[in-house]
Each structure stands twice: as structure tokens, then as C-alpha cells.
Design a protein around this ligand. Structure first.
Ligand code: CUA
Length: 335
């Protein structure tokens, strides 16, 4: 009776506290509801299991402990209890099978293909995300931030260029590794307007902590306007000058934006993954700046490590782009 009464009280308190704590950030996808519910049910089931084990241990310590004068005594021999062993094997087995079955149903439901899915390619690269929106009429639209129309089912196709990253939007509750050489992915349907963080959830190098972006869930009409805007400047630049500043802050799809890792006052960037360019490029000439871009390991700023900056900018930037970037940095760094 002592165990049952204390167990019931402790379970009630534990479940109440477990459900009252706000474990998760805001939910912004149709997948979040079933996942959060699964978590609540796991609390309902696991708290009584924990309480039962703890209560039995406390009860045994209290009642069967060694008392003064019993140091030399041994306990009575025990030859097992078949009925008890069957019960304590069967009950946990049933609980596990039921919970696994339920979790499997939840997983199947949230991964189910939806009609009219929009595809978004997610590319992870040290230390930034690129989001590609394939277009029926030509080049995909590329963005450093994730824009999604509300209530539109999305299928993410996730890739990595260099090392393993992990594409995670906590508000959507889904995450998956981005692995070089293979394509992974998941589905979500955003169902709440707002701005939510995108996080890299796999330790991928020194800049891992800053490998973040923003998800904006917007009205479908606003999304269409955004796509149209993104297409416009790309067409303009084909016959015009390359904009060094835009290249610095946005990258070009293949080349990660410099501003994702470097501070530069003129571009209003502030990351400290790489050296502060206002400091290190202030009095440098064009040849030096160009060498630092295409061969970043030739000379390392004290306090930083070799191999952090991608060594392939010489390949991922066209000669026009490289020139525009060098010109831009020469004009503004340290000014
Ligand atoms: Cu990419 Cu951590």
C-alpha cells in the first residue's frame, strides 16, 4: 500500500510537470502536431515506469537494509520466482511493442507524399546553406534563406558539397543529415506564418555554430512575388557588370557568400568565422586580395586555422566575378 500510494502521487506529479514544461519551440508545420503528441504520450508512459523502479528501490532499501548486528549474516537463499519473471518480462515487452507501433504509424503519416508538392533543393557547404527552387522556365532560383509559402507541401532534397551537415528547422520538427555523395530529404507542410531558424545539427568544422539561416513562411502570393524578384536581377546581370557587393553577401550558388564568414562594414556582415576583412585587407593591394581568395591557405591570419576557408574559389568564381570581388574589397575594406 505504501508503494502504491506513493507511486500514484509521484506519477501524477511527474506527468503533470512533464506535460507542463514547454519542451519545444513554436510549431510551424503539419508534421509538428503528431510529433509533439507522440512526445506527450511517451511522458505519460515513461514517468510511471521510472516511478515504479524508483519506488521499489526505495522500499527495498528501507525494509531490507542491513541493521546493526547483522554484519555477519547472509540473506535467505532465493531460487527465483517464475510468475514474477514472466510478468516483468511480458509487461515491458507489450509496452515497447505498442509504443513502437504507434511511433511507426506517426512516422509513416508525416513522411507520406502530398499532392502538388513543391521541391526545394537544400545544399550544405562549410559554413552556409543554399536553397534552390527549380523553375520550369530556366535556371533555378537560389537563396541564402529559406522562403516557403504557407500551406504548400514541400519536399526537401538535401545534399552536401564538402562534409556531413544536418538540415534542421526546429519549428518544423524535422531534421536529416546532408551527406556528400548521396541525396537525402524529408517532407513538411508549413502551416504558420513567421520567421524560424534553420540550424546545422552536425558538427562540421570551426564554423558549425554559425551555419545558420532563416526560414520565412509567407503567404503564397508573397512567395510568388519573391520568386519573381529573385529571377529579375539574375537576368539583368547577364548583360551587365558583376556586382561585387552582391557576390560578397549572397555568393553565386556554387561559391559560398564571403559575408557568411567574414565581417565587412560596407556589406553589413558580422560573422567571426574568418578574419575581419576591414582589419586584414585595409592596406592590401589587388594582387594580395586575389591570392587570399583563390589560395586562402597560403597565408593564415594569426588566430585562425588552415583549411577553414574553401580552397576552391578559383573554380567556383568566374574570372569576371573574381575581378569584381577583388575590386569591391579593394575599394571598401577598412574604409
Ligand atoms: Cu554544417 Cu555544422
Amino acid at each position: 500500500m505504501w508503494m502504491v500510494i506513493h507511486g500514484l502521487i509521484a506519477s501524477a506529479i511527474g506527468i503533470a510537470v512533464g506535460l507542463a514544461i514547454n519542451w519545444f519551440p513554436e510549431s510551424a508545420s503539419t508534421q509538428a502536431g503528431p510529433i509533439d503528441r507522440l512526445y506527450d504520450i511517451l511522458i505519460w508512459v515513461s514517468v510511471p515506469v521510472f516511478v515504479t523502479v524508483t519506488i521499489i528501490v526505495l522500499f527495498s532499501v528501507q525494509n531490507f537494509r542491513m541493521r546493526p548486528g547483522e554484519e555477519q549474516l547472509d540473506g535467505p537463499p532465493i531460487h527465483g520466482n517464475t510468475r514474477l519473471e514472466v510478468i516483468w518480462t511480458a509487461i515491458p515487452a507489450i509496452i515497447l511493442v505498442v509504443l513502437c507501433g504507434y511511433a511507426w504509424v506517426v512516422l509513416r503519416d508525416i513522411e507520406e507524399a502530398q499532392a502538388g508538392e513543391m521541391r526545394v533543393n537544400v545544399v550544405g557547404q562549410q559554413f552556409a546553406w543554399t536553397f534552390e527552387y527549380p523553375q520550369a522556365d530556366g535556371e533555378p532560383v537560389r537563396s541564402k534563406h529559406l522562403y516557403l509559402p504557407k500551406d504548400q507541401p514541400v519536399r526537401f532534397s538535401v545534399r552536401a558539397i564538402d562534409v556531413i551537415h544536418d538540415f534542421w528547422v526546429p519549428a518544423f520538427r524535422m531534421k536529416i543529415d546532408a551527406v556528400p555523395g548521396i541525396e537525402t530529404g524529408y517532407r513538411i507542410t508549413p502551416n504558420r506564418l513567421g520567421t524560424y531558424p534553420v540550424v546545422c545539427a552536425e558538427l562540421c568544422g570551426l564554423g558549425h555554430a554559425v551555419m545558420r539561416a532563416t526560414t520565412r513562411v509567407v503567404e503564397p502570393a508573397a512567395f510568388e512575388r519573391w520568386i519573381a524578384q529573385q529571377k529579375a536581377p539574375a537576368q539583368a546581370s547577364e548583360d551587365g557588370e558583376v556586382d561585387g557587393k552582391a557576390l560578397f553577401t549572397d555568393g553565386n550558388g556554387a561559391a559560398t557568400a564571403c559575408g557568411a564568414c567574414h565581417t565587412l562594414a560596407d556589406a553589413a556582415t558580422s560573422s567571426a568565422t574568418g578574419p575581419d576583412l576591414d582589419e586584414v585587407l585595409a592596406d592590401k593591394d589587388a594582387a594580395y586580395i586575389e591570392r587570399e581568395i583563390v589560395d586562402p591557405n597560403a597565408e593564415i591570419t594569426p588566430g585562425f586555422q588552415t583549411g577553414i576557408m574553401p580552397p576552391n574559389y578559383g573554380d567556383t568564381l568566374s574570372s569576371d566575378e573574381l575581378e569584381a570581388l577583388v575590386t569591391y574589397l579593394g575599394e571598401v575594406a577598412g574604409k
